[in-house]
Design a protein around this ligand. Structure first.
Ligand code: ARG
Length: 595
């Protein structure tokens, strides 16, 4: 399998695989069908391993025996230095200096970790990730933060393996809840604006939504009256009544300006904004065609249009008064997206509470015969709870995104002040943003999306433990060493060039563990992508950070005993810095050189 002189990490792996194939052919008369290289749990056992369980059936021998036979049959060479059968495992040790060199070279080459070879078939292909998708009647809350952070991480992961990702935000800008805030402002607002009130636009509009419900809860009559008026307003809106539209546009603009500030704080980016107001009509048409032409939907006695799914489940698609519901626009939005873009996949990042909605949506789109239904995927994520504490303000109320971000920045600033009382306030603010926001992101991404989270602010900001700051700190440490070298003219090492680095001097177990981590990084990205699960990356960069800190304590770099060792360790440190930065950035977390 090794054709060229070039020896990459991939080629080293392939070489081992082909040696195993050849030996199996000789010994058992056939090549094994599916097998893969993994890693022994302990670096001292070897660099790579092959589990022989899967061969047992094929070769009609016990896995232990197969491992033993193979170990004896495979010859050692310049690359493969040692083979050992340990029970059913076949462990390989390869030329360490070569392995270090190849792994590091690939990392350095792109100033980013060994990228997975771009799958040719992915090139130029597009996917859409829809995330965040707020309603315009209130500010963003903690759940939106999880959504946004997950959406960004998934987008970046997809991009890193070669997809072009269109990041879409579907704004729910219409419907009865928007009319409720509009109505309240119209009745009691006295022409006030966010500017006059000095309040961020999304909060301002949110207050009128709250006001509506306060008034409606005063009495049954008040409730009925307000509901009637709000419903009338919705009908007027659907009839494009100019006054209503004007009010609606003005209030939505207020909200958007407010949202933009929060997006910026969190580093959320969007390429496309879809608005439900622009898609619900096409949704209506789809529903009507489904009823009239295709006969797949039904009209109820009161005039609503419904879809009947299995188990006699009935889903309303259009209300009796002809107004559309939540799912109506989703039919139109999905069609619009596939009409406008060539998409390989459309991923909806939406909370677990909408599992049922998306199941139904996909079923109904299938009933309608859209060919792209199989490209849809709901990436569901669990709830985030905030335990009682200094950030949970009003009893039972969900925390606003802005308050949480502010609180985390404050916690980060406290920590930085403790460590560096001498720092200028502006510098503290700058670092606190990266650390505070990074801490939130890491905490939300370190577990599988479907897992529920109890957000613990103090724990998330800790510089010690499975946290963002811990990983950021390891990066800062690693890049600090490189910086020191670059600034120190007395001892200039060209850490960029590996030709004259002799990696055979790296013998410490802690160095081997780091090497192992670096080898696995691209595979981890791939699993994260395949599983739609950024926690794989979070866990792995945490492993690297831990391995690095352990190395840092026991293996002096600049103070190593000789020049050769200094050079080799420097190269390793630089590779670690590159990979940690890349890993953090894939999660949407900023790196910083000093903490
Ligand atoms: N705006 C909706 C909500 O806050 C979420 C929209 C999710 N996306 C979708 N295509 N339905 O509940």
């Amino acid at each position: 399998m090794i054709r060229k002189k070039m020896m990459t990490t991939e080629n080293i792996k392939n070489l081992i695989l082909s040696r195993v194939e050849e030996a199996a052919l000789k010994l058992f008369g056939q090549k094994p069908k599916i097998f893969d290289l993994t890693y022994p749990p302990d670096v001292n056992l070897g660099d790579f391993t092959i589990e022989c369980f899967s061969f047992a059936k094929e070769f009609k021998k016990s896995p232990e025996e197969i491992a033993k036979n193979l170990a004896e049959a495979i010859k050692l060479d310049k690359v493969i230095k040692e083979i050992q059968a340990v029970g059913p495992y076949l462990n390989f040790k390869v030329d360490k200096a070569l392995l270090f060199k190849e792994v590091l070279e690939e990392i350095f080459k792109k100033e980013k970790p060994r990228s997975i070879p771009l799958k040719r078939e992915l090139r130029g292909r597009q996917i859409m990730v829809e995330y965040l998708s707020p309603n315009t009647n209130k500010p963003l809350h903690l759940g939106h933060i999880r959504n946004g952070v997950l959406g960004m991480a998934i987008s970046r992961l997809m991009e890193s393996i070669g997809y072009k990702v269109i990041k879409a935000n579907l704004i729910n800008d219409r419907g009865i809840h928007i009319c409720q805030s509009m109505l309240a402002w119209q009745k009691w607002g006295n022409g006030e604006t966010p500017e006059l009130a000095g309040i961020k636009g999304d909060y301002f509009v949110g207050q009128w939504y709250v006001k509506y419900h306060q008034e409606a809860n005063k009495s049954l009559e008040a409730k009925e009256q307000l509901e009637k008026e709000a419903q009338e307003m919705l009908q007027k809106w659907e009839a494009v009544d100019s006054e209503t539209i004007k009010l609606w546009k003005m209030m939505n603009e207020w909200v958007y300006r407010g949202f933009e500030k929060t997006y910026k704080e969190l580093g959320l980016e969007f390429d496309v904004f879809n608005h439900e107001s622009e898609t619900y009509k096409s949704g209506k048409e789809i529903v009507e065609t489904g009823l009239l032409k295709k006969g797949i939907f039904k009209k109820t006695d009161d005039g609503a249009i419904i879809a009947e799914l299995e188990n006699e489940q009935k889903i309303t698609l259009l209300r009796a008064d002809g107004t559309s519901v939540y799912i109506t626009q989703d039919l139109g939005t999905a069609k619009l997206r596939f009409d406008n873009y060539h998409l390989d996949k459309l991923i909806y990042v939406v909370g677990v509470e909408q599992d049922f909605h998306f199941k139904n949506l996909f079923k109904i789109l299938k009933m309608l015969g859209f060919k792209w239904v199989d490209k849809l995927r709901h990436l569901s994520y669990g709830m985030v709870n905030l335990p009682e504490g200094k950030m949970k303000s009003r009893e039972g109320k969900v925390i606003d995104a802005d308050d949480l971000i502010g609180g985390m920045k404050e916690l980060a600033a406290e920590e930085i002040r403790k460590r560096h009382p001498e720092l200028a306030p502006e510098e503290i603010i700058k670092r606190a943003k990266k650390i505070g926001v990074g801490a939130i992101k890491f905490y939300l991404l370190r577990v599988k999306p479907n897992q529920e989270i109890n957000f613990n602010p103090e724990e998330s900001i800790s510089f010690d433990g499975f946290t963002g700051p811990y990983v950021q700190y390891a990066f800062a440490r690693a890049s600090g060493i490189i910086k020191k070298i670059q600034e120190n003219n007395l001892r200039t090492y060209d850490v960029l060039r590996l030709e004259n680095v002799d990696f055979s001097v790296l013998k410490d177990e802690k160095e081997m563990i780091l090497l192992r981590c670096l080898i696995q990084f691209p595979e981890k990205i791939k699993s994260a992508v395949d599983e739609f699960n950024p926690s794989v990356v979070a866990e792995h960069i945490f492993e690297i950070a831990k391995a690095f800190n352990n190395f840092y304590v026991f293996c002096p770099v600049l103070a190593a005993e000789n020049e050769k060792l200094i050079k080799a360790r420097l190269a390793l440190v630089r590779a670690v810095a590159i990979v940690l930065k890349k890993g953090l950035n894939l999660l949407g977390i900023e790196d910083l050189e000093e903490m």
